[in-house]
Design a binder for this molecule. Structure first.
Ligand code: HEM
Length: 449
């Protein structure tokens, strides 16, 4: 594909398809279109959608430029920034020195030692979920896992029992995700415009705010420092002694609640979907759990031994990355891979297609957890696999999520076998996250013993 030149230098090759085709493809089946872009083999492609100049990167070295080497010359893309309609100025959406300060304040809650402290809760809640399952029944495990991961974030980070608030949070998530799934008009209509959908979303997010204010208020009144994230946020101080006000607290809490539970639930749902078609891998995992953990509740020290469980989780995140894309915006004119990008250019990275690149993942469509050996990981170029993003804005919850996913998986496979109770193809809804449109339905068989 020939590249064109501008006064300031060459521009990347144009993405395939006419304007109309691109618009339709992005709305109706963005995953296939993203695959088509990757199949061109071009490290960078440009496409224009209305007045937006979008650049799609398909090369780990260029991604490294954007996320790491030149990260200060980029900010989050306009699509991500739109999320501040709901998330305010929390860690995911904030920028610059303000983001840096907040990240520094919050980081200690995700320290290894803290995560070790959360694992008993993670395993305990997972075991309670599994204890409610019965031999022979068919369940939508995606819905179970959404409730479980919400409860885990609630208990570990906020010290709050959120069981009775799950419906409120669930409703808000459904509406927000629907807003960002394909309909450009809906997506770009500001939330203050009083359409019927906007009013519903605002009311639902208002109910989540109420729940959060209750949790925050109760903790403020009790004055207790329970050592969890909420205490940390309430007691955190800057070098100049400033504390977070209620508005900022709300923004960080809602961000962590939303970013911290749906993604992990999705990873576990896809893991079970894949495992349900591979009984022999399930048996191997059950054997690993029996050997490493026995009949105890799995804890932090078991994680290193649960290697096969971890491989399965990683492979599921490769094939079905819960965050299937991320984006950045150029704050100034940029040179990237020998091409010129204007200030304001939107840069998109699609984990969906990166993770299926046959250069790095032989038989990319195959579910092969055993590929995740230490040597394989060492040989992968940085950013060829990036379910948690990369650079300074890498997911703050990555170690938390991995620990949680492995422990929940261990709790499930030791008690039950799963087989698919639906078609072996998944209808996917790419929104901010990649969601199974109709859930994941499996039939459960209790393991003997
Ligand atoms: C499998 C689970 C998860 C996946 C796949 C995931 C994915 C990601 C990705 C790709 C980013 C980077 C976004 C960007 O660069 O634009 C991110 C950021 C973030 N994630 Fe996660 N995440 C997961 C779990 C969690 C958990 C458990 C938490 C918290 C409890 C969390 C909280 C956050 C926050 C606060 C950010 C913003 C960080 C910053 O910009 O400083 N995530 N996540």
């Amino acid at each position: 594909m020939a590249s064109t030149s501008t006064r300031r230098g060459p521009r990347p090759p144009r993405a395939p398809g006419s304007f109309r085709e691109r618009l339709d493809a992005l709305r109706d089946d963005p995953l296939s279109y993203v695959d088509r872009l990757a199949a061109t083999g071009e490290p960078i492609l440009r496409l224009r959608i209305l007045n937006v100049h979008l650049y799609v990167l398909n090369d780990p070295a260029l991604i490294d430029e954007v996320l790491v080497k030149q990260h200060q010359r980029f900010t989050k893309d306009t699509y991500t920034r739109r999320l501040s309609e709901f998330l305010g100025n929390g860690l995911l959406t904030s920028q610059g020195s303000f983001w840096k300060r907040q990240r520094r304040l919050i980081q200690p809650a995700f320290h290894r030692k803290r995560i070790a402290g959360y694992t008993a809760e993670m395993s305990g809640l997972a075991e309670a979920m599994v204890a409610g399952w019965a031999d022979g029944e068919v369940r939508d495990v995606h819905s179970d896992l959404m409730a479980l991961t919400l409860e885990i974030v609630g208990r570990t980070l906020f010290g709050a029992d959120v069981t009775d608030r799950a419906a409120v949070v669930g409703e808000a998530i459904e509406l927000v995700m629907a807003r960002y799934a394909g309909d450009f008009v809906e997506m770009w209509t500001p939330l203050w415009v009083p359409t019927r959908k906007n009013r519903r979303i605002r009311a639902a997010v208002g109910r989540v705010d109420e729940a959060l204010h209750e949790i925050i208020g109760a903790r403020r009144r009790s004055g207790a420092d329970t050592g969890d994230l909420l205490s940390l946020l309430l007691h955190a101080q800057d070098e100049d002694g400033a504390r977070m006000n209620d508005r900022q607290l709300r923004d960080e809490c809602i961000t962590l609640f939303l970013a911290g539970h749906e993604t992990t639930a999705l990873n576990l749902s896809y893991t079970l979907f894949l495992l349900a078609q591979r009984p022999e891998i399930q048996d191997a995992l059950a054997a690993e759990v029996a050997e490493v953990v026995g009949e105890r509740s799995a804890g932090f020290d078991d994680l290193a031994g649960l290697r096969r469980c971890e491989q399965v989780i990683k492979e599921a995140m490769r094939l079905y990355p819960p965050a299937w894309s991320i984006g950045r915006e150029a704050l100034e004119p940029i040179e990237l891979g020998g091409y010129h990008l204007k200030k304001g250019a939107q840069v998109a990275l699609f984990m969906w297609s990166l993770h299926r690149d046959p250069r790095y993942f032989p038989e990319p469509e195959a579910f092969r957890p055993e590929r995740w050996t230490a040597e394989f990981e060492r040989a992968l170029p940085r950013h060829a696999y990036m379910p948690f993003g990369g650079g300074p804005r890498i997911c703050i919850g990555n170690a938390f999520a991995l620990a949680e996913a492995v422990l929940v998986l261990a709790a499930i496979v030791r008690r039950f076998r799963v087989e698919l109770a639906q078609a072996p193809t998944l209808a996917l809804t790419p929104s901010i996250t990649l969601r199974p449109r109709d859930g994941v339905r499996v039939r459960l068989t209790a393991r003997a013993g």
